[in-house]
Structure formats: C-alpha cells, structure tokens
Design a protein around this ligand. Structure first.
Ligand code: ATP
Ligand code: MG
Length: 366
C-alpha cells in the first residue's frame, strides 16, 4: 500500500465548494483502492487566510505545501477583500506558492468531451475528440525579466520597458517536461516561438533541438512560429498533441485553446516544479483555471468538473495512478453523456444539477 500526501487549499468562493467534491472522490479512492491511500491535510489560503491570520498564506501552510506530494488548490479572491493591503491580497497566496515551490511548468489540457462539442467556439467536426496539452513556461520570460519600468524622458515623454529573458537551463527544463509528456501521449511536440524576430526565440529553438536528441526518433519535434500556432489552433486543432512555449505566448495560446472546450468550469491545470534529485518526484499544484466566481459562490451552483479533472491530473502526474486518472476522465464523460449539466454548461433538453449532485454523479460512475 502506497501512501500519498495531499494538501487541500480550498481558498475562497466556489473553491470551497468544488474542493469538497474532490474530498468526496478521495474518500471513494481511500475506501475502494487496495494499492493506494491518500493522507489529506487542509489549510487556508487567500481571503480566508487573511481573515484568520492577516496574510494570504501562512508559513505553516507553506511548510505543509513543501512536504506534501501534491497541493490541490481551489480559488482565491472576491469583493470582500478588494481593499486589503496589496501585499496581502488573496492572489498573493497563490503567487507565493508558485514562487516558493518553483512551479515553472504550467500544463493546460484542452479536451473536448463529445457531449459538449456544440458548446465549443469551433465547429463540432474540428473539436470532437480534441485532446491537446499546452505546456507554458511559468516563472521566466517577459513577465519577470529586468529591467521592467516606465521612465519619463527629458522631453516629458514616457518610455516603458519589459525584458524577455531566458537561459539555457530554463528552456531545457520546460522542454523536457513537454517531451516526457508526449512520450506518454501521441509522441508529437510543437515548440512555439518567434526566432524570426526574437533572440530568445533563437535560443529557444536551439535548446529545444538539442533536448530533442535524447527523445528522437520516438518523439517528433516540430518548430512553429507562435503566430502561426495561434492560427493553426483555430484552423485544425487536432493536428497538435503537446505544444511547449514561453510564458507570454503560453498565456495567450492556452486561453485560445480553452475556448474550444466549452466552459471555464471544465478546465483543469497543473503546475509542476523540478524533479527531486533523489526521488524523481516533482513538487506540484493542481487547480481549476477558473476563479472564485463571487457571483455564484455559496449557492451550490458551481461546476466542480474543472477541479475534479485537476485532481485527475494529480492522480496521473503526481501519484502515478494513470489508470485511475483515466477512470475519472471517463466518469466525467459519462455524466455528461447522461445529460447532467451545471448552469454554466446547460443546454436545451438536459438535466440541470448543482455542485454536489454533479460530484455525486461522477462518484457513481467511478
Ligand atoms: P479570476 O480573476 O480569479 O480569474 P475571473 O474574473 O476570471 O476570476 P471567475 O471567477 O473565473 O472570474 O468567473 C468568471 C465567470 O465564469 C463568472 O461569471 C463565474 O460565475 C463563471 N464561472 C467560473 N467558474 C465557474 C464554475 N466552476 N462553474 C460555473 N460558473 C463558473
Ligand atoms: Mg480570470
């Protein structure tokens, strides 16, 4: 029997309600699995932590996050905390987790469940059966590079500067994540950059080509210009398997891909750190892409599927439970096939359910 430790950080708003449905599934696996057990810790983050402790995440919670095999994060923020001091705003809790755990690889799958193909922004035939993975570099690039400033010039004009900056090491570690993922999927990586106009693009292309040598010929590498990648995603998304790209292009491309799958309430994500030299285990945080949705919080209306699918990613990437992760994905697909819908994905003729009934239905299918 293997024991996996998991820290639950529900946070605020609908994060609390959707993480409760993950707890339901954890209890299910603990009761049914004879190979793995989950040891669960809980703590506060975001506005909830600020109300209790005056900070968006405490050192004790950070300590638990460092020790856990994985962190499940709900969502943070809401109008209640609109005027708290900037350094204690709810989002600061998530930023500290990302920084201290050095979560440099952001994985955003775009999966189109057949039952929701008509809710996509693209035609059904383009997206039905879609399953792509966008791997975005999360801790470097233009969002963090120095100098980063707005200066006033002598003539009174202003000049703004952001700096796009990448090292060989940063590119190597993110592209390795992408190739490792592709090996377990359909063996294809597209690396998106703009080497035609950016020096970081030139280095990105070189390093990716070098890293690829230890994955060839099993995994295929295609270099693609980021703007062309954006276009191809709309023209024919099923040509892709894994797309690896920098922080800025990844921000844009992952949102673009998200719209092919229906609702914000359906989208999971994972953020991974470097493998431990001894155990090979990566620090990891799993969270839905959506926020705390203050407009529907506390009413049992939230769609828990994004958070449940994030737990599915934890099973796959942190706990080596790929078979169970497949079962979770299949359970979600079957619940949708049966016509159960929360408000955000409601369609004519379907059965409207709340957060806990959706979670229970997934458990039943499991
Ligand atoms: P953040 O800044 O935290 O990302 P946001 O402003 O992007 O937040 P969300 O909190 O993600 O906003 O919500 C955006 C809209 O989508 C809201 O109207 C919300 O009700 C809806 N929404 C988000 N997540 C879900 C969900 N899981 N189920 C149902 N509706 C949702
Ligand atoms: Mg948002």
């Amino acid at each position: 029997m293997t024991t996996h430790s998991l820290l639950l950080l529900p946070g605020d708003g609908i994060g609390v309600e959707t993480i409760a449905e993950v707890e339901r599934l954890i209890a299910f696996f603990n009761a049914k699995s004879n190979t793995a057990r989950f040891h669960v810790e809980r703590d506060l983050v975001g506005g909830a932590a600020y109300d209790a402790h005056g900070v968006a995440v405490t050192d004790e919670a950070m300590d638990k996050a460092q020790k856990a095999d994985a962190v499940m994060f709900g969502a943070v923020g809401g109008p209640k905390w609109a005027s708290v001091p900037y350094q204690h705003r709810p989002e600061a809790g998530l930023l500290r987790l990302r920084k201290d755990l050095d979560l440099f690889a952001n994985l955003r799958p775009a999966i189109c469940y057949p039952a929701l193909a008509d809710a996509s922004s693209l035609k059904r035939e383009l997206v039905e059966g879609l399953d792509i993975m966008i791997v975005r570099e999360l801790t470097g690039g233009v969002y963090f590079g120095e100098p980063k400033e707005i200066v006033t010039l002598e003539n009174g004009e202003k000049r703004a500067v952001d700096t796009q900056l990448y090292t060989t090491h940063e590119i190597e570690r993110i592209t390795k994540v992408a190739f490792d993922l592709a090996k377990k999927r359909r063996n294809l990586v597209h690396s998106a950059e703009k080497h035609n106009v950016m020096r970081t693009g030139v280095l990105w292309k070189q390093v990716t080509t070098d890293v690829h040598k230890s994955y060839a010929p099993d995994v295929k590498l295609e270099h693609i210009l980021a703007d062309n990648c954006a276009m191809q995603l709309i023209r024919n998304p099923k040509q892709f398997d894994v797309i690896v790209t920098d922080n800025l292009f990844g921000d844009v491309l992952s949102d673009e891909a998200a719209m092919m799958t229906g609702s914000l309430g359906m989208l999971p994500s994972a953020s991974l750190g470097a493998p431990d030299p001894k155990t090979g285990r990566r620090k990891a945080l799993y969270e839905p892409v959506h926020g705390s949705a203050p407009d529907i919080a506390g009413q049992g209306l939230a769609n828990p599927i994004a958070t449940i699918a994030s737990f599915g990613m934890a099973l796959r990437y942190s706990f080596d439970m790929g078979k169970e992760a497949d079962l979770v994905d299949q359970a979600i697909a079957r619940v949708l096939d049966k016509g159960l819908r929360t408000g955000d994905i409601m369609q004519p003729g379907m059965t409207k359910v709340g957060t806990s009934d959706m979670g229970k239905a997934v458990e039943t299918e499991l």
